[in-house]
Design a protein around this ligand. Structure first.
Ligand code: NAP
Length: 353
């Protein structure tokens, strides 16, 4: 994996948006969003502690050795020492792909339960920013309900269910944690397998898209980092915060915008969802035979078939002071500038890896 790109947006955070003194524990700092988030804290000299399960991989992606704490969500005994003395936790670690529901559940629900229990037990009152997903709230064509409490959420995928179960684990300890839940939509930017697949789709000879247009929210990773910084600093603010980008899209318009940012024209090929779902089941079979989960799978197709994925920006704007700034055209232009190989011979591994 390449070292974290120096994202050109480096979103400035509003004055006063600093966490309390002491190291911030970041989980998932080797991942796409975690690398960008950790880099944002580091740039401002904020002390960091990164929970990593493979220190060699962490060093390879550019995390300094001095920030690393070896541990895993699967090993609850490793979490107490990681939490001890931390000033806050931003919990980004999770599974975005898995072979089955149990795989999602292990990382996203049980792993979150273990971390929240360690935090509530060792450091009651600690700021705990849970990075969930719009998938936990469930589909919405107009944003309504995306900030709902877990009892009113309606996820349509195994991934979404596991993220919702993770939220419930945090909420179960709400009396001992200064909690807040962030629900990002699709996040894009340099250094991400999902973005690479999207770009591949947009820049291919033809671009398969759903035959029905469904509204979509998406956010550039630097905007999400700014939202997380505000959530971290907004101690005492509890709630569920969907995150929206500055403009909405749909798959066909998004593919066209990505191609335009690359100076090309997309040739969209509408595909009926039943055919796409069939391909998703076939992909699942291949992933199971290989024993490696993939990004393109039946679970993702369940999400792609939904009525829409629009986030309500109001709670984050009014209570965290967050407004996204990075428009889709500018965000993809910056992504191509940071990762120019996306425009040409990028080899994309749908299995992640
Ligand atoms: N990307 C999106 O579009 C998007 C949208 C909405 C929400 N989210 C949420 O945002 C978070 C980060 O997403 P991402 O795209 O950055 O994912 P990612 O690139 O796949 O990174 C996942 C991170 O979680 C870590 N991790 C996984 N299982 C772990 C375990 N058992 N113990 C400790 N660490 C573990 C991984 O560590 P290793 O390096 O050891 O594998 C990696 O650092 C996730 O919770 C995801 O659900 C993402």
């Amino acid at each position: 994996m390449a070292a974290a790109p120096d994202n050109s947006f480096a979103a400035p955070v509003s004055p006063g948006a600093r966490p309390p003194a002491g190291p911030v524990l970041v989980t998932g700092a080797t991942g796409f969003i975690g690398r960008a988030f950790a880099a944002s804290l580091r740039r401002e000299g904020i002390a960091l502690r990164c929970l990593v399960r493979d220190p060699r991989r962490a060093l390879a992606v550019g995390l300094p050795a001095s920030e690393l704490v070896h541990g895993s969500l699967d090993q609850p005994e490793s979490l107490g020492p990681a939490v001890e003395g931390a000033s806050a936790i931003v919990h980004l670690a999770g599974a975005t792909r898995a072979l089955d529901a149990a795989g999602f559940r292990r990382a996203n629900a049980e792993g979150t339960a273990a971390l929240a229990a360690a935090a509530a037990g060792r450091s009651p009152g600690l700021r705990f920013v849970q990075v969930s997903s719009l998938a936990a709230a469930g589909p919405s064509p107009d944003g309504r309900g995306t900030g709902a409490a877990p009892s009113d959420c309606r996820p349509c995928s195994r991934y979404g269910q596991s993220k919702l179960d993770g939220e419930r684990e945090v909420l179960a300890r709400a009396d001992r944690l200064d909690w807040c839940v962030i629900r990002p939509p699709i996040v894009y930017g340099p250094g991400d397998d999902g973005t690479r697949l999207l770009v591949k789709q947009a820049l291919g000879w033809v671009s398969p898209v759903p035959s029905v247009r469904r509204p979509l929210s998406l956010v550039h990773v630097d905007d999400l980092v700014a939202a997380l910084r505000l959530a971290l600093a907004s101690t005492g603010v509890h709630g569920f915060f969907p995150i929206d980008g500055p403009e909405r899209s749909d798959t066909s318009s998004l593919v066209a915008a990505i191609a335009a940012a690359a100076g090309r024209r997309a040739r969209c090929l509408p595909i009926p969802m039943f055919l796409a779902r069939g391909a998703g089941h076939l992909a699942d079979l291949v992933h199971r035979i290989r024993g490696v989960p993939g990004f393109f799978c039946a679970d993702k197709l369940r999400e792609a078939s939904a009525v829409g994925w629009v986030a309500d920006p109001v709670p984050a704007r009014e209570r965290l002071g967050f407004t996204a700034r990075i428009a889709i055209a500018a965000g993809f232009a910056a992504t191509f500038a940071a990762e120019p190989e996306l425009l040409g011979s990028a080899r994309i591994n749908p299995a992640g890896g």
